[in-house]
Design a protein around this ligand. Structure first.
Ligand SMILES: C[S@@+](CC[C@H](N)C(=O)[O-])C[C@H]1O[C@@H](n2cnc3c(N)ncnc32)[C@H](O)[C@@H]1O
Length: 376
């Protein structure tokens, strides 16, 4: 692949962090988009983006962008694409779609039109047709429709990159891996300071923190990427990219604690699966009584909130505030929760970022904790 335009998709609110990661990776022409960052690079940069980016969900290689008027027009234009350049008739394919358009009541319908266009083109040209395999396709395409503009891309990732491969078990409301990594990056945690997640659930935040602290690429745990099945895949080049990683031991301590024994069992299993087991200390403890024996730990956590988990105690957030104020001085705590829940925390945030956690509107807040008043 010569240098071409590429797209890394992400969650709303993480675009800046993703663009920063791309610049660090050495990508060219980095631009911030809507739930995406655009960049350019060759095949090796595409491998690198898949393997190293912590806040990307997919790396797409656009094939064609065109305007269309109707569903039939979409079919005709999609049929004119040289799909045979991207797969053989005896390979399987799948189409992952995102459709925001009044032209389609049902986004699946747009995807079916493109599927028909692919199959009909192969039938017409080669008298043979590729089959659809939604679960384990040889080639995965991405269809993005915004109003009357359609972009078709090759999806070089396959399964979303948040599926790192370490989540073998989970508690009730786990945070997405990409969101957890994005929060850590956004918080400015340097990867060296002691770290504490006192309500760790299935351990995602602590595991992502350990991956950052040890410089472990998120792709290192994953079994495969879609590009490995492409005709153009260069195994040696990918191996070279894998060898670019310089993994180290964490400088600070990383502690994950939770009131529920089951959460700690799950965190330990997931941490082991991520290869981070030896770097994360776990502890069963109610935050109200937690003595983490850690000097000035940087805290980042998502306590239970309304719609997903019932904290079961109206005083819950004021307990968190009290605890932070009196037991975690001269450090920083970041919390992701709803504005409603955080009303009773009794601490003044120095920063607020609005984010979605799944479909829930959340706020990610920074609390700077000082001994006495800030002025002192
Ligand atoms: C929203 S979940 C955290 C999800 C987690 N970030 C993950 O990725 O799985 C909140 C967690 O807080 C824990 N929790 C609730 N009350 C607690 C308390 N008083 N002390 C410590 N942990 C508590 C729950 O057991 C639950 O695992």
């Amino acid at each position: 692949m010569k240098k071409q335009k590429l797209v890394a998709t992400t969650f709303a609110g993480l675009e800046n962090v993703l663009a920063g990661e791309l610049l660090e990776l050495g990508a060219d022409d980095v631009q911030i988009g809507n739930r995406a960052a655009y960049f350019s690079g060759d095949e090796k940069m595409m491998y690198r983006a898949n393997y190293f980016l912590r806040t990307a969900l997919r790396i797409l290689c656009p094939i064609e962008t065109f305007k269309f008027r109707t569903a039939d027009d979409l079919y005709i234009k999609a049929k004119s694409i040289a799909w045979e350049n991207y797969m053989e008739h005896n390979q399987t394919f799948a189409i992952h779609h995102t459709v925001f358009s009044e032209l389609f009541q049902n986004s699946m319908f747009a995807s079916l039109k493109v599927k028909d266009a692919i199959v009909d083109r192969f039938r017409f040209k080669f008298q043979k047709r590729p089959s659809v395999d939604p679960r384990f396709p040889d080639v995965q395409f991405n269809l993005h429709i915004a109003n009357d503009v359609c972009t078709i891309s090759l999806d070089s990732s396959g399964e979303s990159l948040h599926k790192r491969g370490y989540r073998i078990a989970q508690t009730e409301a786990p945070i997405n891996e990409v969101l957890a990594a994005g929060l850590l990056k956004m918080s400015g945690w340097n990867g060296k300071q002691n770290f504490l997640d006192p309500m760790c659930g299935s351990g995602t935040i602590a595991i992502e923190a350990a991956l950052i602290a040890t410089n472990t690429p998120p792709g290192a745990i994953r079994k495969d990427f879609a590009f490995q099945k492409w005709k153009s895949f260069r195994k040696d080049d990918f191996q070279q990219i894998i060898e670019e990683a310089s993994v180290c031991k964490p400088e600070g301590k990383i502690i994950a604690s939770d009131v529920a024994r089951q959460a700690i069992d799950i965190t330990s299993k997931n941490a082991e699966a991520a290869g981070m087991g030896k770097f994360i200390q776990t502890k069963i403890s109610n935050f109200k009584y937690l003595d983490a024996k850690l000097e000035s730990p940087f805290l980042l956590f998502n306590p239970p909130y309304g719609e997903r988990l019932d904290p079961g105690d109206p005083e819950f957030y004021s307990m968190i505030g009290e605890r932070l104020k009196h037991h975690y001085e001269n450090t920083t705590a970041w919390i992701i929760s709803t504005s409603e829940c955080l009303k009773t925390i009794g601490l003044k945030p120095s920063k607020k970022v609005n984010l979605l956690n799944g479909s829930i509107n959340c706020t990610f807040r920074k609390y700077e904790l000082y001994k006495g008043s800030k002025k002192d």
